[in-house]
Design a protein around this ligand. Structure first.
Ligand code: SF4
Ligand code: SF4
Length: 109
């Protein structure tokens, strides 16, 4: 590419601004039917552990005795397997992403 071409390209991108977004300060545009964070409806859950067994990344934890359901948001890849297999329709994929985190704590319900 010629010197002139490179200069024109630099000017174009300098005026247009960055192609990336300053997430989370600049919210992401929500795209219909996209797969985002997993939502859990505790009221319907029977703690059968089917979702935990089917999850390919080991993101879900279930404790039947304590009636606790937990998810490691950093492991979840939003594949939707757990949503498909839950017999009580407790799980659903939203179109928003989980807030950024710096810890590996599980979210417990
Ligand atoms: S499959 Fe559904 S009902 Fe069973 S533990 Fe998971 S969320 Fe609860
Ligand atoms: S959406 Fe996929 S990766 Fe996330 S918890 Fe469910 S089965 Fe696991």
């Amino acid at each position: 590419m010629s010197y002139l071409g490179i200069t024109a390209l630099n000017l174009k991108w300098a005026l247009k601004g960055p192609a990336t977004r300053g997430y989370p300060l600049a919210p992401r545009r929500v795209i219909a039917d996209s797969r985002g964070a997993l939502a859990f409806a505790k009221a319907n859950c029977i703690y059968c552990s089917v979702c935990r067994k089917k999850c390919p990344t080991g993101a879900i934890g279930v404790n039947r005795n304590q009636k606790k359901w937990a998810i490691d948001r950093l492991r979840c890849i939003s594949c939707g397997y757990c949503v498909e297999v839950c017999p009580k329709d407790c799980l659903s994929l939203t179109t928003y992403m989980s807030p950024p985190t710096v810890t590996k704590d599980r979210e417990v319900f």
